[in-house]
Design a binder for this molecule. Structure first.
Ligand SMILES: [Zn+2]
Length: 228
């Protein structure tokens, strides 16, 4: 995204949010197929064809007049205060008659904008809890279920990470690098009379995830995990 002018005032702020809206996949609100706007088309072509836009008829059609196919979009009915709505001077909108004298969106994000963007881009799940060294966490997992913990070691050294109990488990250690989990080490005690154990050098300041998944829940239904 490349802006060719100052964005530090309210108008600039609103412009940036509008363009970010396009990046997130939001089309123009005045092209909402549910808006039912009737345009004075010639006035619209004249207005956007003049300074400062100097748009061709095709550009004006693409950005203003063309109604989006109802099958192409999901969203609210017309929200004239949407960040994706344009400001229009008097005379361009014939219907609804209340916008005959012009349409002046409030600027910034409307409540409806926020609601729909949250629906399209829901919040990420809660971050994994952090496991501290020598702290035992009891897990009540069924076969096939898993639990994840963050490890944020405060010293760089070799650590042991292990599960306890009669359950069979797969234990996998990842390092988080640029938001991606990279495999470091793993162990699987399925069908064996022992518990999983990983011995790995962990580095202070790096971020790790330890994942335990039960292949068999065992008699007690409880498993514990610890690193030390
Ligand atoms: Zn736009």
């Amino acid at each position: 995204m490349n802006f060719g002018w100052d964005l530090t005032d309210d108008y600039g702020h609103t412009t940036a949010l509008h363009e970010i809206g396009h990046t997130l996949g939001l089309p123009h609100e005045h092209q909402n197929p549910f808006a039912g706007i009737v345009w004075d088309e010639q006035k619209v072509y004249d207005y956007f064809g003049g300074d400062p836009n100097n748009w061709s008829r095709d550009q004006t059609c693409q950005n203003v007049l063309r109604k989006i196919d109802a099958g192409e979009v999901e969203g609210s009915n017309w929200n004239p205060d949407s960040i994706m709505e344009y400001w229009f001077p008097a005379g361009l909108i014939v219907q609804p008659a209340k916008y005959h004298d012009g349409l002046n969106p409030a600027g910034g994000l409307s409540e409806t904008d926020k609601q729909w963007v949250k629906r399209f881009y829901p919040a990420l799940p809660a971050p994994f809890p952090t496991l501290e060294p020598f702290q035992t966490r009891t897990l009540s997992l069924k076969s096939g279920e898993q639990a994840d913990f963050k490890l944020e070691p405060s010293a760089s050294r070799t650590y042991q990470i292990g599960t306890f109990g009669t359950a069979d488990a797969i234990l996998v250690l990842f390092e988080e690098v640029n938001g991606e989990q990279r495999y470091v080490a793993g162990d699987d005690d399925s069908g064996q009379d022992r518990n999983t154990n990983i011995s790995a050098k962990l580095f202070q300041g790096r971020h790790y995830v330890i994942r335990v998944r039960l292949t068999w829940a065992g008699g007690s239904g409880q498993t514990a995990i610890m690193y030390w």
